[in-house]
Design a protein around this ligand. Structure first.
Ligand code: SF4
Length: 332
């Protein structure tokens, strides 16, 4: 492990200044990913700026009926918050299904949005990996790729996006608030995660020194009956093989609104636009859900070991849609 210096700051302006002024520095929040990456030499900051004392950890109801999640709000606090539980069960469930309770107590919402991929080649300093060492190749494409993505991939990277919460926030159309040396700005979650394309090393449209101060979740009335379904190799402390975040509104037996996020199958938290289009106005029944799921996965590109994810994602989507429809009908 390389030596690095450590600074603790207590206000956002200083935090931004400290990191923005030094290209070899990095923010440190919960540290649940960052410290691991430093230990194995994948992250190599010369200076770490501890931001845990910044006043950006609150969870606040917004006047419009939405909720603002501080960038340093802990995953466990957000999952347990009564407003989140009542209005956005999809987010509570996604948070509760991610990581272990101990990690959820430490990990922050901002860190969750910025977490790095779990591809084993990315974490192996001797393997070819375009994300860690641009231009070196991608060992996963011809290697062990059972857990890798089938949507949003490129010939340069097929790593799957690891966050559950980001999948729920994609379906909820949340907005990420950033503070940087040039001031504040907002980025919709749908634009916050970059597919690998030709530059897999760039995962977010975030400049060095920009800090996630909050995530705004807008009011989504239909989200009160929303669903997050995660399928994985074991029941806890495991990443998704496929997951679906579903917000569904049914009116007179037809789909009036459908928002679907997919996890475990794509290089970004995946918004299932093709499925949503197929569902618009369709009868709220199994055949519509199956058709929409197949349509979404039609453009999937499987590799040697992960073709099973196509059917798994379809089935996960269908089951989540059925559950959401039953909940919606129970309320309505
Ligand atoms: Fe690296 Fe991406 Fe290939 Fe994994 S899939 S080895 S992260 S380039």
């Amino acid at each position: 492990m390389r030596p690095f210096s450590y600074t603790r700051v207590s206000d956002p302006a200083t935090a931004v200044e400290e990191v923005a002024s030094d290209p070899d520095s990095a923010f440190l929040a919960g540290g649940t990913t960052e410290v691991d990456l430093i230990r194995i030499g994948v992250a190599r900051p010369r200076r770490v700026v501890d931001i845990n004392a910044l006043p950006i950890s609150r969870i606040e109801e917004a006047p419009d009926g939405g909720v603002r999640l501080g960038g340093l709000a802990r995953m466990s606090d957000v999952a347990a918050h009564p407003v989140v539980r009542e209005r956005y069960p999809v987010l509570t469930r996604a948070l509760e299904s991610g990581a272990s309770p101990q990690l959820r107590n430490m990990a922050t919402m901002g860190g969750n949005m910025m977490q790095r991929v779990r591809c084993s080649y990315f974490r192996d300093g001797d393997a070819a990996c375009n994300k860690r060492a641009p231009g070196s190749g991608c060992a996963a494409i011809g290697g062990v790729n059972r857990g890798h993505a089938v949507l949003g991939t490129s010939e340069h990277c097929i790593a799957v996006h690891p966050s559950d919460a980001a999948v729920a926030l994609t379906a909820l159309e949340a907005v990420v608030r950033l503070r940087g040396p040039d001031g504040e700005r907002s980025v919709p979650v749908g634009d916050f995660f970059l597919p690998p394309g030709d530059t897999p090393e760039r995962e977010h449209p975030v400049e060095h020194g920009e800090l996630i101060t909050a995530i705004d979740v807008p009011p989504v009335p239909a989200a009160r009956t929303s669903v997050y379904l995660k399928v994985r190799d074991r029941e806890s402390y495991e990443f998704a093989l496929a997951s679906a975040a579903v917000v569904l509104r049914v009116q007179d037996g037809a789909v009036a609104e459908a928002r679907i996020g997919l996890g475990g199958v794509a290089t970004t938290p995946w918004r299932a636009h093709r499925a949503e289009e197929a569902l618009a106005g369709a009868p709220a029944e199994g055949a519509s859900y199956e058709l929409a799921a197949v349509r979404e996965m039609r453009e999937a590109v499987p590799r040697s070991m992960n073709a099973y994810k196509i059917e798994l994602a379809e089935r996960t989507m269908v089951r989540a849609l059925r559950t959401a429809a039953a909940r919606a009908e129970g309320v309505g």
